[in-house]
Ligand binder design. Structure first.
Ligand code: TRP
Length: 332
């Protein structure tokens, strides 16, 4: 199964908050396409999640759920390395090391840090600040070539590249410099209530966010209430953020192009359109939901997947770490 000639893909999802259709369409749904051609690592990044205060029982539950969602979305545990970040201590270890090769100024420019510190003014901890260095560690541990992420992670990816190149410059070729993979359909899904802001799992307005595990009724209701405009034509345009966002969701679930969608709803009102988007979304998520329900009922199986995934990941991580330690000058 493992093949030195194959390139490597790594990505991670935080087990914080319930996952949204933004997480699904922007990341998870695209992961299985890499399984055959790449060595793939998909990680549940619990170390990242604690940069924001978590309720312990919920963090634990969501860690299982995120793993189950990976699998429900089509990732086969025998073809992909699926694991939990904190089960492989090398992430924290390389994270610390890379902190020492990441500049205060670089981290200060990260827009996610600025956003999150604005939202968590009472808990602007050092981990929130150095988050991107840990993310770089995740990626660099596995000689990753390609990182499929949503557009919002592009800046972090660039930082990971800069850190890798900086380290290589000082110590000679050590890390593979990763490329982001941000495809057409790893698009950004916006809030249904405020379509100029990203759909966020931590949004206090529950109507703004569609969760992967929402019931069909919830999904239909949320799309019905989605903010649009007073123009009443289904057309993709920068000045029609609400409608364009719904079209993006519809396109993702149906495979239709924007022009086809415009034609389909020509002369029809937003009511029809929103109902169609709701149907398409609910239908698209139904099989994921069914498979998720089946998997989440079997904790023992999920634990086996986690354990085997962590063993496989640790094997690769150990190789990178011994090289890094030697280059830095740590005594073996
Ligand atoms: N920061 C990513 C996010 O919030 C999650 C993440 C952590 C990640 N480590 C990663 C994504 C490594 C890709 C690769 O979406």
């Amino acid at each position: 199964m493992e093949n030195e000639i194959k390139k490597t893909v790594f990505s991670g999802v935080q087990p914080s908050g319930n996952l949204t259709i933004g997480n699904y369409l922007g990341a998870i749904k695209n992961f299985p396409r890499f399984s055959e051609e790449y060595n793939t690592f998909f990680c549940v990044v619990d170390l990242h999640a604690i940069t924001v205060r978590q309720v312990p029982a919920e963090l634990r539950r969501r860690t299982y759920e995120t793993l189950a969602l990976y699998m429900a979305a089509g990732l086969d545990a025998t073809k992909n390395t699926l694991f939990v970040q904190s089960h492989v201590p090398a992430h924290a270890e390389l994270g610390w090391i890379l902190d020492c090769y990441t500049m205060f100024g670089e981290l200060s420019r990260m827009t996610q840090f600025k956003d999150k510190s604005a939202k968590n003014a009472e808990n602007i901890n050092a981990g929130l600040f150095t988050y991107p260095a840990l993310m770089a560690a995740d990626i660099l541990l596995y000689k990753t070539d390609l990182v499929p992420v949503g557009v919002d992670q592009k800046q972090h990816l660039e930082l990971a590249r800069d850190v890798a190149m900086r380290f290589n410059q000082v110590y000679g070729e050590t890390f593979t410099v990763p490329e982001p993979f941000i495809s057409e359909d790893t698009m950004k899904i916006m809030s249904l209530a405020e379509p100029t802001a990203k759909m966020s799992k931590s949004d206090p307005n529950q109507n703004a966010v569609v969760y992967i595990l929402d019931t069909k009724d919830d999904i239909m209701r949320k799309f019905k209430r989605a903010v649009t405009d007073s123009d009443c034509t289904v057309r993709y345009s920068p000045d029609k953020a609400g409608v364009s966002n719904l079209m993006t969701v519809y396109r993702a679930f149906t495979g239709k192009s924007f022009e086809e969608i415009e034609r389909e709803f020509d002369g029809r009102g937003y009511g029809d359109f929103k109902a169609a988007v709701g149907e398409a979304c609910a239908d698209g998520l139904a099989p994921v939901r069914a498979e998720f329900d089946r998997l989440i009922a079997d904790k023992a199986y999920l634990e086996t997947v986690m354990r085997e995934g962590a063993e496989r990941a640790a094997y690769h991580a150990r190789k990178t770490m011994s090289k890094v330690r030697r280059k830095i000058g740590f005594v073996n």
